[in-house]
Write a protein that binds this ligand. Structure first.
Ligand SMILES: Nc1nc2c(c(=O)[nH]1)N[C@H]1C(S)=C(S)[C@@H](COP(=O)(O)OP(=O)(O)OC[C@H]3O[C@@H](n4cnc5c(=O)[nH]c(N)nc54)[C@H](O)[C@@H]3O)O[C@H]1N2
Ligand SMILES: Nc1nc2c(c(=O)[nH]1)N[C@H]1C(S)=C(S)[C@@H](COP(=O)(O)OP(=O)(O)OC[C@H]3O[C@@H](n4cnc5c(=O)[nH]c(N)nc54)[C@H](O)[C@@H]3O)O[C@H]1N2
Ligand code: SF4
Ligand SMILES: [Mo]
Length: 742
């Protein structure tokens, strides 16, 4: 028997907290937080329930351990175990046949949140010749990346630091549940020091409970609220005049644009008292280091999302909170090989790239939009990741699958995602996935989506693979480390799967590294740091520095400025105008409630210990939170005859789902439901598909392209007309249990 203690990382959320694993004969028998490596703060793990489940997950009886091929009807739950060689040979042959019959664009991927390493998939798709990658970027991450790049020349990162930041505004983000770690600990430290905290959220979250000013905004009216703050800053002459004069483009036009957004008018629209709007604006403008951190609350507002991000950038700029300590930094390209190069995006043939389903339907989230912005960032030698930012809109993928419009999509590779639960419009997604010629899922578990697959391939997860987490190449940071053990059973890395398929399909030249670890070690080489050094500290990072626009460029002898077309922060965006968008942020109409659907639905506010659709089979986690919740105010509950703890049915024009009522402090006439719920103990076949129809928020949502924003394609998860009623059939649809505080 050999026993070793090895450094490794938790993989249950994006933090990748450092762990030390005790390994006996190739099996992990214990894990402990490791304060010696990034993120160096054991307090993070202290409040976190998940890392303790690492061994339970590694050994979980529901894990997929061998390649499985469907034998019965699609969705019948009948599988046979096959060898890796058999599975890969057959998948490669069937992909080839699809490419021959319909063209390589008939293959799409489905990717999910930031819990997986997607570039091997993207490299495979590029070399295979398909531009179609269906993701969730349009409602997570992409809007901020696009809008900040247009405004500042490159994405920004918050520079929140409890000892430097003088005012913090959290807008549509709830770190107590979604982060619950370093950031939340820093917020507590900050607020305990007595410095001002502003929280914009329809729900009184734990952050809002600490806030000096809580702005309980009516869902979806955030653009008007942000314009009201900008109006106040300008009207009360609270701008950073020097920064505006020297570094902002389009201030006069902005000032005219926001004139009508008086606090009184904005109060009527948003439900936030005018005096609170003024107070928040004054606090934010008064500090020389104000940080604004936003989240999914505003990334999922359909047509209003790009405008909110533009308004945020403008608010930061006119108050001088740009590239300043404690406020935000304009990030830099990484020193290591960025994802856009690992993806080999430039190798996609132009005629295939032009077939991207978004082309002609959206203005930025397309190859053409990407190229327009690349012309700007390219002048500063920078380049954004391409696959995420041209990921195709799910509505267009569904049309291509179900109606061959504009051409057929017949195959899908699902990696790191569970589209039946996490993409909008589950009913149509189900019809589409069930009708494919080839569906392959790379998974840890047989999820509802995997239940429909032709192949489920067993993937190496936490503690079983090397990690190199980056901000997709938009910042100079990478963190993670080595695996603790070789993968158990026949599990393999995602990288292995795409390399092996690539080798079978003529891509040999582009897969020089046998293992993910070797490929990552090479990506790190340009930094001068070795893989061993990286694993020892868990981090490669250099701070981008501040006020880089003031630096003198030796080539020109002039100030470096911002990497935009005007060289300044673009309050007014000519580029957006040229492309057919709005140069200044405009309020778009939101869906109206009516007699049938009289209140507003919010979906997906995060709760511990779940992560999207994940961990519902992990008993030690489920016990903390056994049921999906629907939150509403006491007034709203009374209006519909609902009591705390009662089963309720939430319905939209698309369908209905069942939740447990919880009464909280929040705006009235709205209900907020959890998302990602399924029941792994229910039958793993049609029609149940792991209980996915019972409490799935996305049975209630839609992603119609006509109702999405036309710039990026953001659809709506927050702000949908709905109704809530006591559930028919009593209290037995979903199991009942005690909840930890959420
Ligand atoms: N209604 C509504 N819908 C939403 C949202 C919302 O707020 N409301 N939020 C959206 C957002 S922001 C996001 S990011 C998405 C998240 O949506 P998803 O990313 O689809 O959801 P997850 O449950 O995180 O991951 C799905 C699967 O990936 C598997 N997995 C995890 N890591 C890996 C890996 O490394 N490799 C492979 N092959 N598989 C892996 C897990 O077992 C899990 O089954 O949901 C979106 N959907
Ligand atoms: N426990 C847990 N942690 C997670 C995840 C998870 O599923 N579970 N998912 C991960 C992922 S993929 C992501 S993207 C991040 C997301 O992390 P966050 O961005 O922090 O997302 P949430 O925690 O959902 O917080 C969103 C907040 O927006 C509010 N909101 C809803 N509608 C509106 C609106 O119209 N206007 C405003 N201003 N606010 C609104 C909601 O009430 C909620 O409090 O979390 C990550 N961390
Ligand atoms: S915060 Fe918790 S779940 Fe996330 S990486 Fe750290 S220990 Fe794991
Ligand atoms: Mo996300």
């Amino acid at each position: 028997m050999t026993t070793r203690v090895v450094p490794t990382n938790c993989r249950f959320c994006g933090y990748l907290c450092a762990l030390s694993a005790t390994v006996e004969d190739g099996r992990v028998i214990a894990v402990e937080p490791d304060p010696g490596r990034y993120p160096y703060d054991p307090r993070i793990q202290k409040g976190c329930t998940r890392w303790r489940a690492a061994i339970e997950v590694l050994e979980h009886p529901d894990r997929v351990n061998y390649p499985m091929r469907r034998v019965g009807e699609r969705g019948s739950g009948q599988w046979e175990r096959v060898s890796w060689a058999e599975a890969l040979d057959d998948i490669a042959a069937r992909l080839s046949a699809l490419a021959d019959e319909y063209g390589p664009e008939s293959l799409s991927s489905s990717i999910g949140g930031p819990h997986a390493t997607y570039w091997p998939l993207h490299r495979f798709l590029t070399l295979f010749g398909t531009p179609n990658n269906m993701g969730i970027g349009q409602i997570c991450w992409n809007p901020g990346i696009w809008m900040n790049t247009l405004t500042f020349g490159w994405p920004i990162e918050a520079d929140f630091n409890p000892s430097v930041t003088g005012a913090l505004m959290l807008w549509g983000t709830n770190p107590a549940q979604s982060d619950n770690s370093a950031f939340w600990a820093a917020i507590r430290e900050y607020s305990e020091s007595g410095k001002p905290l502003i929280v914009v959220d329809p729900r009184r979250t734990r952050a809002a409970l600490r806030a000096d000013v809580w702005l309980p905004v009516r869902p979806g009216t955030d653009v008007a609220l942000a314009l009201g703050l900008i109006h106040t800053v300008i009207a009360e002459d609270l701008t950073d005049r020097e920064f505006v004069r020297e570094w902002c483009y389009g201030f006069e036009r902005l000032a005219r644009h926001v004139e009508p957004y008086t606090p009184e008018r904005v109060a009527k629209k948003t439900g936030v008292p005018a005096s609170d709007i003024e107070e928040a604006a004054r606090i934010f403008a008064a500090s020389p280091a104000s940080a604004l951190v936003s989240g999914r609350g505003i990334d999922q507002l359909g047509r209003n999302t790009p405008a909110v991000h533009r308004a945020f950038s403008i608010l930061r700029a006119i108050t001088g909170n740009v590239d300043r300590p404690g406020a935000c930094v304009v990030a830099e390209m990484p020193d290591f090989t960025p994802e856009v190069e690992l993806e080999l995006s430039d190798l996609l043939a132009p005629e295939q790239r032009a077939k991207n389903l978004n082309s002609g339907r959206l203005i930025l989230q397309t190859p053409e939009g990407y190229d327009r912005v690349r012309r700007i960032t390219g002048k500063a030698g920078k380049r954004l990741p391409e696959r995420y930012l041209t990921s195709v809109h799910p509505d267009l993928v569904l049309d291509a699958i179900l109606a061959s419009d504009p051409y057929p999509v017949r195959g899908m590779i699902v990696m790191g995602s569970d589209p039946l639960l996490t993409q909008a419009d589950s009913v149509r997604m189900h019809a589409a996935l069930a009708s494919l010629d080839l569906l392959v899922a790379l998974e840890y578990y047989v999820t509802p989506t995997a239940m429909l697959a032709d192949y489920v391939l067993p993937i190496a997860g936490g503690l079983e693979r090397a990690l190199f987490q980056t901000h997709a190449g938009t910042a100079n940071i990478a963190y993670g480390g080595d695996a603790a053990v070789e993968p158990y059973f026949e599990r393999k890395t995602d990288y292995f799967v795409f390399r092996e398929l690539g080798l079978r399909l003529g891509q040999e030249a582009h897969w020089p590294h046998d293992t993910l670890r070797d490929a990552l070690a090479e990506a790190l080489l340009p930094t001068g740091m070795s893989w061993a050094e990286y694993c020892a500290s868990g981090l490669y990072y250099t701070h981008a520095g501040y006020a880089k626009h003031e630096e003198i460029d030796p080539a020109t002898g002039k100030k470096r400025g911002f990497a935009t077309e005007s060289g300044k922060v673009e309050l007014y965006s000519d580029v957006l105008g040229e492309l057919g968008g709005d140069p200044l942020p405009l309020v778009a109409p939101v869906a109206e409630t009516d007699d049938a659907f009289p209140i507003t639905l919010l979906t997906g506010a995060r709760t511990q210990p779940y992560y999207a659709s994940s961990y519902h089979q992990v008993a030690s986690l489920v016990r903390h939170h056994p049921e999906p919740l629907a939150e509403m105010s006491a007034g709203t509950a009374a209006r519909f005859g609902i009591k705390e703890g009662q089963r309720v049915e939430v319905a939209t024009e698309r369908g209905s789902a069942v939740f447990m009522a919880r009464i909280i402090e929040m705006v009235s006439d709205a209900v907020s439901i959890e998302y990602g719920w399924w029941y792994p103990d229910q039958p793993a076949c049609e029609p149940s598909l792991g209980g996915m129809w019972v409490s799935n928020a996305n049975v209630l949502t839609g992603c119609d392209i006509e109702e999405s924003d036309g710039v990026i394609g953001t659809w709506t998860y927050n702000g949908i007309p709905c109704r809530v009623t006591p559930a028919r059939g009593g209290n037995d649809q979903v199991p009942k249990g005690e909840h930890d505080d959420v």
